[in-house]
Write a protein that binds this ligand. Structure first.
Ligand code: NFS
Length: 656
């Protein structure tokens, strides 16, 4: 049973413990609650009180006459609006923190990356010189305008390739203000407004773009300014990172603001000494979901797991406190925490959970609040009962900001995207795939994520990963250089030469905006066309679950990418909507959105798309093993040859 729900041995172990103790988790609830097939396919309209109208069988229109295409498009649109809101409200919070830090009203916060602050200021047309704090205030105020802007365009659209910007303007999908696009989409999908699938989906793209090139991009940039732009860090992941003899605090959710302070507080000598007084050896911090990714990228804090690990972390019996803010936090945590000693602490003014302790986060007292929470966790250590920490963990490298990806290809003086573009043009790298998104309890945890990553890197496709997919890959070693044996020879040589794993962890889900920036830089470097839609690049979301994932998928499509989702299709009920996404969108925006639950077929489609793009660019035809085995492997084989038979100039044995 446990094996059927998760690929992860740590999860399997704890699911067995849960079963013995009669605990309900998402894994088992997913088994019990079969999704309603009508709702799942997008065919249930709940927009008014004349319904819900279920458009199945002979029912081809709702009470108001809404057709299947309209109903399915509206449902999809509202999910994207939800996802875009979540990312963008997170982005807004980050700007508010920057503003407070600039004005001296945020305890413990400083501007860690002044250089990035100045780069962003210049990009926004603000004179980048002068003292950091007044500049940060100007940048924050300028970025805030993008949320409430009524006309014109959000600032970061100008970061996109020129041809893409023109296209957005021609199509009328350049977002004006983040909030405006979301509100307009909610309005248009109200009963009796926009009733043409293709037209609804056009505004859906505009809203998603306001997320990717707006709210999310702002979230990423401001987090970097406040907390530092990531560079490579080594860490480990899975439930084995929890420590039996230390106070374990798990930070879970999305916004890095409080988490950053908890990182500091957990190292506070006074609190560490307090933990020792209570019989613990120290204070151990671990993460879940995207908060995990934020503090992993910047501090190397180990992720205890991805989305479906949240309940399991508490079930180890070793978590003194789980601290949550917003998004992807299961209400079921409260019930699980009840059966253990874990303190579940909600911290956001936006989110409470019945049964949890609420300690509201205030920027003005951020560090004091973080210390109070850490102290509570320490106080809870003596209450531990039985502990079941699975001894499972894997090493990983993370921290690939787009700035670092640029730097690693030539250092400070010659940083550029030339090596990557050249490697793609020569066919050493067949293409690039973004593997992103969630876990979904309706499918085997991590099976799709690992299958997709494994097949891509074996086929010489460089993978960039974010969110729970990145942690999912990391749990099986795909984010560590030791994975070489599973990497195609062509890609392997490039990664060995640069010194990076074949899967680059680029951060949390808002950090998918880093991928947009990388794609733009690849276009601007030259040799791979003049728009994102020309690049041999695909986006894949193997185990999607959240509305945010749909928003991400849609902004990648509107930016020109072919995007594949696993699990199931939320639009399968309407041929009209499927046609818009797979036939109309390629003609208008150059990208397409497809849902493909069969992972073999999904990989086949992704590779064929990459090859088609290569072909259209007139690049070298891709052939596996074209450049022989990778240099390092040859070198290691050469070392095995007895010295008298080695040639210095050739790695083959000297002929007798
Ligand atoms: Ni992304 Fe991050 Fe994970 Fe999915 Fe949820 S944590 S913002 S939505 S589940 S990847």
């Amino acid at each position: 049973m446990a094996e059927v729900r998760s690929k992860d041995p740590a999860a399997q172990e704890l699911l067995r413990v849960g079963q013995e103790r009669g605990l309900s988790t998402a894994f088992f609830r997913a088994e019990e609650i079969k999704p309603c097939p009508i709702g799942a396919s997008g065919a249930c309209c709940r927009m008014c009180a004349m319904g819900p109208c279920r458009l199945v069988g002979r029912t081809t229109a709702g009470v108001c006459g809404a057709t299947l295409g309209t109903v399915v498009a509206r449902n999809f649109a509202r999910m994207v609006a939800g996802g875009a809101s979540a990312h963008s409200d997170h982005g807004r919070s980050m700007v508010m923190t920057l503003l407070a830090a600039a004005r001296g009203g945020a305890q413990g916060y400083e501007i860690k990356d002044e250089a990035k602050l100045r780069v962003i200021a210049a990009e926004l047309g603000i004179e980048p010189s002068g003292p950091a704090k007044p500049l940060a205030e100007k940048v924050a105020l300028r970025l805030l305008e993008d949320f409430g802007r009524q006309a014109g365009e959000i600032a970061y659209l100008k970061r996109a390739p020129a041809r893409r910007q023109r296209l957005w303007r021609e199509l009328g999908i350049a977002p004006r203000g983040v909030d405006r696009e979301v509100v307009e989409l909610m309005h248009r999908t109200h009963t009796g407004v926009d009733q043409e699938a293709s037209h609804i989906l056009k505004q859906t793209m505009r809203t998603a773009l306001a997320d990717g090139w707006g709210g999310s991009m702002i979230g990423t940039d401001v987090s970097d300014i406040l907390f530092g732009t990531p560079g490579p860090v080594a860490s480990a992941t899975n439930l084995g990172v929890l420590k039996e003899d230390e106070v374990n605090i798990v930070i879970h959710g999305h916004e890095p603001t409080l988490a950053e302070m908890v990182v500091l507080a957990s190292q506070d000598p006074e609190l560490v000494a307090y933990a020792k007084e209570k019989g613990a050896k120290g204070i151990n911090l671990a993460g879940i979901c995207c908060t995990a990714n934020e503090v992993l990228m910047r501090h190397g804090v180990a992720p205890a797991g991805n989305f479906l690990h949240q309940e399991l972390a508490i079930m180890t019996g070793a978590v003194e406190a789980m601290l949550v803010d917003v998004q992807c936090i299961m209400e079921g945590l409260a019930t699980i925490a009840d059966s253990f000693h874990t303190l579940l602490i909600t911290t956001s003014p936006k989110a409470k959970i019945r049964g949890a302790t609420h300690i509201e986060f205030e920027e003005e007292h951020a560090y004091d609040i973080a210390k109070r929470i850490v102290r509570m966790a320490v106080d809870n250590f003596p209450n531990r009962r039985e502990v079941y920490i699975p001894q499972v963990q894997e090493g990983l490298i993370a921290g690939f900001s787009h700035e670092y990806v640029n730097y690693m290809q030539g250092g400070t003086f010659r940083a550029s995207f030339r090596p990557l573009n050249d490697a793609i043009m020569q066919g050493r790298i067949r293409g690039v795939a973004g593997v992103v998104g969630c876990n979904n309890a309706c499918v085997v945890q991590d099976f799709g994520i690992t299958k997709v990553i494994e097949d891509l890197i074996a086929n010489d496709v460089l993978v960039v990963a974010t969110g729970c997919a990145a942690i999912g890959g990391a749990k099986y070693g795909y984010l560590a250089p030791e994975i070489w044996d599973k990497v195609g020879d062509n890609l392997r040589e490039v990664c060995e030469a640069v010194g990076v794993p074949p899967v680059l962890h680029m951060g949390s889900c808002v950090d998918n905006s880093r991928i947009l920036t990388v794609l733009t830089q690849m276009v601007e470097e030259g040799g791979l066309g003049d728009d994102i839609s020309d690049l041999p690049v695909v986006g894949i979301c193997p185990e999607w679950m959240s509305e945010k994932a749909l928003s991400i998928g849609t902004y990648f499509v509107a930016s020109g990418l072919y995007v594949l989702f696993g699990v199931r299709s939320p639009v399968s009920a309407s041929e009209e909507v499927v046609e818009v996404m797979t036939e109309e969108w390629p003609k208008t925006v150059g990208g397409a959105l497809e849902f493909e639950p069969d992972y073999d077929r999904l990989i086949g489609k992704a590779l064929s798309q990459i090859d088609q793009k290569r072909d259209a660019l007139g690049l070298e035809e891709y052939r596996p093993g074209r450049y022989g085995a990778s240099g390092d492997r040859l070198f290691r084989e050469w070392l095995k040859i007895p010295p008298e038979k080695r040639s210095l100039y050739s790695r083959k044995p000297v002929e007798a």
